[in-house]
Design a protein around this ligand. Structure first.
Ligand code: ATP
Ligand code: MG
Length: 254
């Protein structure tokens, strides 16, 4: 469904992503792990169109989308969440969801003037959908609170909710479990599994190995801008290069 083909990204003289290729099969939950600074988020930014690659290609459903802007990739069916949640702090939790769907009629002054019933009807539909998503994420009790008042874990759930509101089925999650407490983590895992069951495709960056092991196959491992290997958690655990990437030479020897 989504493919990175030899992607390269340089910042000045530093190569953050150095010829990365990976394939996210439709309806898979593909994992992406690697030590801090490996280039995982930079790779996401290339897939989402936030950075122009210095080499390589991004393909989506067989089509080269390397030149599409982020909003065009969003319209094509890709949505991503951020490592640091990007909620609108002063808006309520509910409003954070209702602003997501693109091309809302109410955005156009002309539509609001000439077709007010249509606008109202569409707004009601989006609101109903947002309430459903909040119920699904167990956030209904905080729907009227400003988003800035949420806990770190709840903000992560809201990020997932914003992705779901988009209607896009190819979802890139950047560290969805970071800062989420154990109780919420169980919920988050279940919600992602639910979405997977109904046909969502995921690419998930995460440092929490238990979380990745439970959800993802295959798992790609990145280090120093390169994809080291790919496989099941069992394959990866046995791979000396992976151990070395995480622990360094002395650690691997130990
Ligand atoms: N905009 C930028 N300008 C310069 N260097 C950058 C930029 N973005 C990332 N880097 C560098 O590129 C490397 C890869 O960063 P990236 O954020 O992709 O790593 P990561 O694998 O997501 O790490 P983490 O697990 O800590 O989130 C790091 O050395 C980082 O400092
Ligand atoms: Mg990152």
């Amino acid at each position: 469904m989504l493919e990175a083909v030899g992607l390269v990204k340089r910042f000045g003289g530093f190569t953050a992503v150095d010829g990365c290729s990976l394939t996210v099969a439709e309806r898979s939950m593909t994992g992406l792990i690697g030590p801090n600074g490996a280039g995982k988020t930079t790779l996401f930014n290339l897939l989402g169109g936030y950075y122009r690659p210095d080499g390589g290609q991004v393909r989506f459903k067989g089509r080269d989308i390397s030149r599409l802007k982020p909003h065009q990739r969003f319209r094509a069916g890709i949505v991503r969440t951020f490592q640091i949640p990007h909620e609108f702090a002063r808006m309520t939790v509910l409003e954070n969801l209702t602003v997501v769907p693109p091309g809302q009629l109410g955005e156009g002054l002309a539509a609001a003037w000439f077709w007010p019933w249509g606008v109202a009807r569409q707004e009601a539909k989006i609101r109903a959908r947002a309430l459903e998503v909040l119920e699904f994420l167990k956030l209904t009790h905080v729907k009227d609170n400003p988003a800035e008042a949420l806990s770190g874990g709840q903000k992560k759930l809201l990020e997932l909710g914003r992705a779901v509101m988009s209607g896009n089925r190819c979802v890139l999650l950047d560290e969805p479990a970071a800062g989420v407490n154990r109780a919420l983590l169980g919920d988050l895992t279940e919600r992602i599994l639910d979405l997977h069951r109904i046909g969502y495709t995921f690419l998930i960056i995460e440092h929490d190995m238990e979380f990745i092991a439970k959800l993802c196959q295959p798992i790609y491992v990145m280090a120093e801008g390169k994809v080291l290997t790919e496989g099941t958690m069992a394959d990866i655990r046995r791979d000396a290069r992976v151990v070395e990437a995480y622990l360094g030479h002395s650690g691997a020897a130990a």
